[in-house]
Design a binder for this molecule. Structure first.
Ligand code: FAD
Length: 520
């Protein structure tokens, strides 16, 4: 057994996971630990992963990084929502916004909407952000004020879009899109400036001691790297956690069949095109295409199941979808490992990032998993006795987040009305995670609430489920029976107030491109 606190941390891998981990650990522990990061100059990073989830703001705040500094350096833009196109039927779209659901008389507004909505757009009736996305608005005024502040200053009640609490975490009304390679570069400088030792070299071997713990890794040119704690950020390879320590990988493929992606980085005139303040997920015959608007280019890719579509067909579909501008851009074909390592912390190795697990990019949870894992690592950081309970609590937290998100993603497919191809037909008959069938039956008579969704923290509040169910349109939903006996005056007023606020904001907020152009 080790007898001293683990002070020497070796991070293997320099993708988003590696650099987020190194920088966060330094921000948390300063010089009380030493951090070495080794990354291969030959093996590239995954080259995707540019849309985030709103909790990410906690990461930048923890590192004390200001938006006006890091955002222009990473060609970053704001993301207010995910826009789902064609999941119900061609031409239909809806938003899953980062906006707290309001309630009236103890019932969420979506419940009232089912009873008596103003229009057929639940997202526009219940959320301000849906209108901001349709109009391509920035969430900030040119002077930097956040959109909600209009109502505070105007003497009206704040609409409560931000700073809501969900299972102990503050939710923000927006997340970010950023160029992953530029963020890694930015965090490299941040980390090295704070003492992280950066080695560009390839790890060729992982040597274990007699207990099966990692003693050191062997690099090609820098010899042995010894440490107390090793963080595996080697991506889908899982070089330390799976290959060296033999932790098995548990696949989610039976419930989430997409196992492949093809991606393009397309330089486009974003001023002419406009910067939508959301990620778009457009359903396709055998999966869906993401569009991530960055300052200067879009990131786009087709996520598909190779049982239904070949890589050539996927690339052709993606290029047709993008249109002119991508002819000279080389496609990045990716095989995805969907599922999680049975344990993400084994002995003195913690896997963070794709080595730990991955669902699929729908809802952009990969970077959220990384951030969550780093927070848990700091919370359960091992002491001299490496108490196994710290490890166990860490492993439960990681497993719950990924299993919870898997369930939420499965809901997107069974909840989508689309059934025009074999791929979409099969989404309705495939196995679903344990517990979801029972929850679905409940949601048909009582919309999702904090009592009846996946029971452990997984980052998603109940209103997220409502958006997917209401937007997808495949699952019959009904309002709470007691609403038929209730006075709906206050609910109607709230719907009208949201429409008014949305109109007011669309008139006053700048286009997202205009806002970011000022910072560049
Ligand atoms: P990688 O980027 O693969 O980095 C691995 C690192 O390990 C590299 O630096 C490599 O050099 C190093 N390495 C490997 N072997 C060795 C070795 N032997 N010696 C030394 N170094 C080594 N997440 C989101 O949040 N939003 C999204 O929109 C999103 N989209 C995605 C789309 C797709 C198609 C996929 C597959 C993933 C997506 N993700 C997304 C997930 C996201 O990309 C990852 O979570 C994130 O990029 C972290 O990757 P990583 O650092 O774990 O691995």
């Amino acid at each position: 057994m080790n007898t001293r606190n683990p002070q020497n941390v070796v991070v293997v891998g320099g993708g988003t996971a590696g650099w987020m981990t190194a920088s966060y650990l330094k921000a948390a522990f300063g010089d009380r630990i030493s951090v070495t990061l080794v990354e291969s100059g030959r093996i590239g990073t995954i080259g995707v992963g540019e849309a985030t989830f709103s909790d990410i703001r906690h990461f930048f705040q923890f590192l004390d990084l200001k938006e006006e500094d890091w955002m222009p350096a990473c060609n970053a833009t704001y993301k207010l929502a995910v826009r789902f196109e064609d999941w119900r039927e061609p031409g239909h779209h809806f938003y899953h916004p980062f906006e707290q659901m309001r309630s009236v008389g103890g019932f969420p507004l979506t419940d009232w909407w089912l009873q008596n909505g103003l229009t057929d757009r639940f997202d526009k009736d219940c959320f301000v952000i849906a209108s901001l996305c349709d109009a391509g608005r920035s969430p900030r005024h040119l002077d930097g004020r956040l959109f909600e502040q209009d109502y505070v200053e105007g003497g009206e009640e704040p609409v409560g879009l931000t700073m809501s609490e969900h299972q102990g975490k503050t939710q923000f009304p927006y997340a970010y899109h950023f160029e992953a390679a530029l963020l890694a570069k930015y965090l490299t400088k941040y980390s090295v400036d704070r003492g992280v030792r950066h080695i560009v070299d390839e790890v060729q071997d992982v040597r274990l001691d007699e207990r099966g713990w990692i003693d050191h890794v062997v690099t090609k040119e820098h010899g042995e790297l010894h440490g107390d704690l090793f963080v595996d950020c080697t991506g889908f390879r899982g070089l330390l956690i799976n290959k060296a320590l033999g932790v098995p990988f548990q696949s989610y493929q039976d419930t989430l069949p997409n196992d492949s992606a093809v991606a393009l980085q397309v330089p486009l005139d974003m001023q002419a095109r406009g910067l939508r303040p959301c990620t778009t997920a457009t359903a396709q015959e055998a999966g869906w295409i993401w569009t991530i608007p960055l300052f200067g280019r879009i990131g786009t890719g087709y996520v598909y199941a190779k049982d239904y579509c070949s890589p050539e067909e996927a690339e052709r579909t993606l290029r047709e979808f993008v249109g002119p501008g991508a002819e000279d851009v080389e496609a990045n074909h990716i095989r995805m490992r969907i599922g999680r390592s049975r344990e993400s912390w084994a002995n003195n190795c913690v896997a963070i990032g794709l080595s730990s697990g991955f669902v699929e990019p729908l809802e952009s949870t990969g970077i959220f998993f990384i951030h969550h894992a780093i927070e848990q690592l700091v919370k359960f950081f091992p002491a001299a006795d490496w108490h196994p309970k710290l490890r166990d609590m860490y492993n439960s937290a990681i497993a719950n987040v990924m299993d919870g998100v898997r369930e939420f993603l499965v809901l997107h497919y069974i909840g989508a009305k689309r059934d025009d191809t074999q791929y979409w037909k099969d989404t309705k008959t495939r196995a679903i995670p344990d517990g979801l069938a029972e929850r679905l039956e409940r949601w048909k008579v009582q919309l999702p609430d904090s009592e009846n969704i996946f029971p452990y923290y997984h980052g998603l509040p109940p209103y997220s489920y409502m958006c997917i169910l209401l937007g997808g349109g495949a699952i019959p939903l009904r309002p709470s029976p007691s609403l038929a006996l209730s006075d709906d005056t206050a609910a109607r007023k709230e719907f009208a107030a949201i429409r008014d606020k949305a109109r007011h904001l669309v008139e006053r907020l700048p286009a997202q491109y205009e806002y970011h152009a000022r910072l560049h």
